[in-house]
Design a protein around this ligand. Sequence first.
Ligand SMILES: [Mg+2]
Length: 369
Amino acid sequence: MNEPKDAIKRVASFEIILTRYLDTEGRPLAALPDGAADPDRVRSMYRSMVRTRAFDKKAVALQRTGQLGTYAACLGQEAVGTAVGMALRADDVYIPAYREYAAQFLRGVSMTEILLYWGGDERGMDYAADSARQDYPLSVPIATHVPHAIGVAYAFRLRKQDRVVLASCGDGATSKGDFYEAVSSAKVWNLPIVFLVTNNQWAISLPRDKQTGAQTLAQKGIAGGIIGQQVDGNDAIATYEILNQAIAAARAGEGPQLVEAITYRLHDHTTADDARRYRSEDEVKAAWARCPIKRLRAYLESQNAWSSADEESLQSEAVAAAESAAQAFTAMEAEPPETIFDHLYAELPTSMHWQREEVAARGPVEGAH
Ligand SMILES: [Mg+2]
């Protein structure tokens, strides 16, 4: 007769770790990683976050004054985007969802291009900078872009290139089949890809605890063979460090990586939403106390690496950059409306020719961009 130990045994076990270097007041909780040793790099992170916040504010103002279509603000999530933008190499490919402007700006996408995108203008997806030309445009449909990232990573492997794909998505996206399919294929094919889940606690009006019963989103990789990890996404230093490690591992042939960055969406879902209808003021107030910009500034000041004069000049430079991008955007003449048909297919199906002609015949929409 078999011993009980042969009847039941543990065949696998996993753990999910969370990394954080700075507390909410910017005080180091442990020795900082090498990436944070260079004050110039930390200052660059801070500048990126402040510039992005100034842009975000301007974009919301443009929408509120009828000069921009629906816009998805990234308020509170600036550290995640900044870490992505600083960790990727120029020849890597970034496949974003729709709230990662900080990453896109660091990769060379212009503020005007992002405004064009939300203005419904195809030129907002045709990035001029070489470092961003192979990146994908914003993906508003949830998680549909994640399997596309598998194709890009597979192409890198076929070509024997040491390039990495980073695909980011939100907490809600991890409940989609597309996400699981991508995770599963990535591991089977050992692809050079990093999945970044930006957990901002809300999928429009659906809170994290109603989205999934999983204890973490990082563990959603385990079914596909990927041991994910969590990072405090409001700690720019930690997020940069963990993404750097994940990208290096993917580049070294160690296979796909999954990082869940824990953050909070401080703004409404988009300008078409009013978050006051479904979440409490107390919750938002508590989240403001974890603001990534406040945290990194406190750290820099504690190191005597940032002064009020630095802050003043950064703030005015950031506002001016956003203002000038807005002016360039509003001054641009709208493209003809039929251009929406021109970039979806290599050759437009004949069944759509009449639609294109009909739209062209109607001419430009007044006030459109
Ligand atoms: Mg979300």
